[in-house]
Design a protein around this ligand. Sequence first.
Ligand SMILES: Nc1ncnc2c1ncn2[C@@H]1O[C@H](COP(=O)(O)OP(=O)(O)O)[C@@H](O)[C@H]1O
Ligand SMILES: O=c1ccn([C@@H]2O[C@H](COP(=O)(O)O)[C@@H](O)[C@H]2O)c(=O)[nH]1
Length: 211
Amino acid sequence: MGKHTIIAIAGASASGKSLFASTVYQELVAELGCERIAIISEDAYYRDQSHLSMAQRVLTNYDHPSAFEHQLLASHLLALRDGQAVKVPQYSYTLHTRTEETLLVQPAKVILVEGILLLTDKHLRRQFDITVFMDTPLDVCLLRRMKRDLEERGRSISSVAEQYENTVRPAFFEFIAPSKQYADLVVTRGGKNQIAIDIIKTKIRQLLAEK
Ligand SMILES: Nc1ncnc2c1ncn2[C@@H]1O[C@H](COP(=O)(O)OP(=O)(O)O)[C@@H](O)[C@H]1O
Ligand SMILES: O=c1ccn([C@@H]2O[C@H](COP(=O)(O)O)[C@@H](O)[C@H]2O)c(=O)[nH]1
């Protein structure tokens, strides 16, 4: 591995990717400092849709690779590897578009990236040094997504159910499940699997000691 290590955490929507990644990040950043570890979400790279009306935005398939600007994410990961800071877009799930703000992410020795389709894109896969797949049963994901989307993303029961049937579930079988083959580590039991969290933390500490 080179000077920088990029760790991808993929899996179904609500499988626990962001809880897992943010727990690893929070538990390590205090110990290591933010110049050594950074975190990015693939969701930040949903395409800007500010030119579309709300009625048009709700028709987008947010579970299809075309919904993401993966090229921008790939170029940001390359820049971070090269020691340059990047301006990560910020995305609003309620407005279905990017906000005006960006978040300046500084280059770090270890970069955690989490998102549903990270392992489906061969250009992105080339950037990852370590790959993790959250293997949470789909019924558990649906229940967690329902609760989260009602509480945090301004959705209704019927809108979550409709989107789940139309795009979320089909995309899981078409894109996400087949991408599990590219994972180095498969994590069961979601974002609170402390043994898996500790394994990744130990690996990160070991990599940083070598750099
Ligand atoms: N092992 C777990 N036990 C209980 N709740 C969990 C667990 N893993 C994740 N969650 C919860 O499920 C929801 C979805 O998790 P999240 O990390 O946002 O998923 P993702 O990033 O994969 O979409 C969140 O509310 C999170 O707190
Ligand atoms: O405008 C949007 C953008 C995305 N979504 C849904 O979000 C999930 C991906 O995020 P997770 O945090 O991994 O759940 C994806 O399944 C999209 O369906 C959305 O509903 N609206």
